[in-house]
Design a protein around this ligand. Sequence first.
Ligand code: FAD
Ligand code: SF4
Length: 292
Amino acid sequence: MVQDNFLGNYTSCVAARSTNRGILAGSQDGGIATGLLAFALEQGIIDGAIVSMVDPSEPWKPMPFVATSPEELYFARGTRYSLSPNLALIKEATRSYGLDKVGIVGTPCQMQGLRKGQLYPIGLRDVPDKIALAVGIFCMENFPYQSIIQLVEDHGNTKLENVVKMDIGKGKFWIYTERGAVVQLPLKITHKYEQPGCHVCLDYVSNLADVSTGSVGTPDGWSTVFVRSKKGNDVWAKAMAAGCFETKPIEEVKPGLDLVTKLATEKITKNRKSLEERAKFGIGKGLRNPYI
Ligand code: FAD
Ligand code: SF4
């Protein structure tokens, strides 16, 4: 087990991508989140998963959703850069949907909330015991929905409904439109649109997930994957044995783990300073991630 101050505990880290071309085509990066949850569903390791869908009434507005079939999981592929309160469905998943083995995907803060709920299950009764697989995604920052609308209109010269993909990578915010235009924005432009709460966040790579994944560290179309817990190891080993993923040692790809470490260190160091600044005014005193 590797224990790292910024990357958390993990048993292995690899570059990976789904071998299912259908999953890969619509996924944000290497299709790890969707591929792993779909495999777990097919194998009965989970009987459904809380994911994030697009709200049909508004473009790119994320909406938590309980997926109980591979098709529903496929439909939820891709990243929406706004808040999707996935944990809000945790009771609903077990009660209304009757799930006994719940999968969930979420950002680092959502993985923290999930584990907190498992440690202190106030108001959750038996729900925490039913969490069977938590897939975390990396996250540097997030944007309120209104800010994403504004950001795209201000700097993408288009409306959100014309956007087919958004991405953050290589130090830029990328906007791809249906007419084939690609807008690259330096992140210094997008900072002012970020959710202020993200500026005190002390986790970049979902340290508390069973398996966590993001694009940084690996080439386009691939993902960096940290396998972290016993549950994560079991499902990842089975998925690998079933041929769901193609992998390469992380040491053999560029830019590799050094970049993940650099960005995690920068995020946490910067946000610790924000916390200290706020503490001077008595705000957020005692707000610390106990795992870092
Ligand atoms: P896919 O197979 O495409 O599946 C993505 C899964 O994420 C789906 O299950 C979907 O339901 C879920 N999802 C989509 N939007 C949200 C959301 N808003 N909240 C919760 N769940 C969601 N990666 C990096 O390497 N560096 C970053 O700085 C970074 N920042 C991110 C910021 C945000 C706000 C988000 C949501 C993601 C960020 N990611 C970042 C993760 C990256 O965009 C991909 O989600 C991740 O690499 C998984 O890709 P995939 O191909 O395996 O997932
Ligand atoms: Fe959550 Fe932190 Fe990402 Fe903001 S930066 S969405 S607080 S994980």
